[in-house]
Design a protein around this ligand. Structure first.
Ligand code: AMP
Length: 358
């Protein structure tokens, strides 16, 4: 059986999405605008993506038979989170084209593999780092990198979880205890001027497109606000992001997060092999939004125009911020996006607003 589907994929075809949260929901909405149908794979039934999709499969990612059946019902498969288990991705990829490819997941799931790949294969600068598997490794790494430094778990860390700043020698043992023996990396602490990101796409034939630079502000380690176009966008960050995508033979939308130093040097913090929270502003201020861009890329369509129409600020609605939906809906320059999540919990992303500011 050939794994190459008809390109471009015709409207009416089915796109499979592994993961059923808000990113899957907004991908599904964009796909339906282009006449595609979406099949969601999510262990939890009736999540944000399933509300707006044709069908869903609800069983564990480890159920290989179900993953195979899901993939066979689709024309192409993608994912909305990077912790899809390796065997799930491999099973889907054996049945139907999987974009981005399974190697991308292997790289992005492990901070050591990710930073090594970005530095050595894509030749893009990252903060100095050392692999840490024991307290002995940690002491050696601290000697090499100096303090302060940031200790991070290699796998499953997000929104600042699984990481700790080591400020003095006295913090070393406490930090290692917090890791619970999980493989980790120690990173140089970067006194950045600001955090910026790039959302870009690469198509099946290697065509690329990138949005303007995005400036990001975090609160309690969670993205709070993104502004785009950011000041002083000279295109360097987009060029670095595209180098990484090319080295990965990437297809789809990818986000690259950077630290920008006082002298303008850019260091990659991490990549997200999917549509990204810092790209939500594109829904109301770019010609083609990041969700449609991803669908176009994986369907073998032309990528479309990533030019901005406005300057815009995206603010996340976290936890009970969402209670203000009525007043937010009253402002004609504010576009409200709610994810249809029933239970409001602290730190839970419930929606976002895009405000046109110029
Ligand atoms: P991460 O989970 O790696 O994205 O880190 C979450 C946040 O912690 C980043 O957005 C930064 O604000 C901060 N951070 C992470 N690594 C470093 C570092 N090496 N130096 C300074 N701040 C960092």
């Amino acid at each position: 059986m050939s794994l190459t589907p008809q390109h471009p994929l015709s409207p009416g075809s089915t796109i499979g999405i592994l993961g059923g949260g808000q990113l899957g929901r907004m991908l599904s909405l964009a796909a339906s605008r282009l006449g595609f149908q979406c099949h969601i794979y999510d262990p939890q039934p009736a999540g944000p993506a399933a509300h707006v999709s044709r069908s869903e499969t609800n069983t564990s990612y480890e159920d290989t038979e179900a993953v195979l059946g899901f993939a066979q019902s689709c024309d192409v498969v993608t994912y909305e989170f990077e912790n899809v288990p390796a065997l799930t991705a491999k099973t889907a990829a054996n049945a139907k084209p999987l974009h981005p490819n399974a190697q991308v997941l292997t790289v992005a799931q492990d901070r050591l593999t990710e930073k090594t790949f970005i530095r050595d294969k894509a030749n893009v600068p990252v903060a100095l780092f050392e692999s840490v598997d024991s307290i002995h490794d940690l002491k050696r790494a601290v000697k090499k990198l100096g303090l302060p430094a940031v200790l991070k778990t290699r796998r499953l860390g997000y929104d600042g979880k699984g990481q700790m700043i080591i400020k003095t020698e006295a913090d070393i043992t406490k930090a290692w205890t917090m890791m619970n023996d999980a493989p980790a990396i120690l990173e140089q602490f970067i006194p950045f001027r600001r955090e910026v990101s790039v959302v870009a796409a690469r198509s099946l034939n290697g065509e690329t497109a990138a949005y303007p630079l995005i400036e990001n502000v975090h609160k309690n380690h969670i993205l709070h606000k993104s502004t785009s176009p950011a000041q002083d966008d000279d295109g360097r960050a987009q060029a670095l992001a595209i180098n990484i995508m090319t080295a990965l033979n990437y297809v789809g939308v990818m986000a690259t997060e950077f630290f920008e130093l006082e002298d303008g040097t850019l260091l990659v913090n991490e990549i997200a092999p999917r549509v990204h929270n810092s790209g939500h502003w594109t829904q109301d201020a770019a010609c083609v939004d990041q969700f449609e861009l991803h669908i176009r890329a994986i369907a073998g369509w032309p990528l479309g125009d990533t030019a901005p129409k406005h300057t815009v600020e995206m603010t996340n609605l976290i936890g009970d911020d969402v209670d203000h939906w009525k007043s937010l809906a009253e402002d004609p320059k504010t576009f409200l996006h709610l994810y249809g999540k029933r239970d409001v919990k602290p730190d839970r992303k419930m929606g976002h607003v895009n405000r046109i500011i110029g």
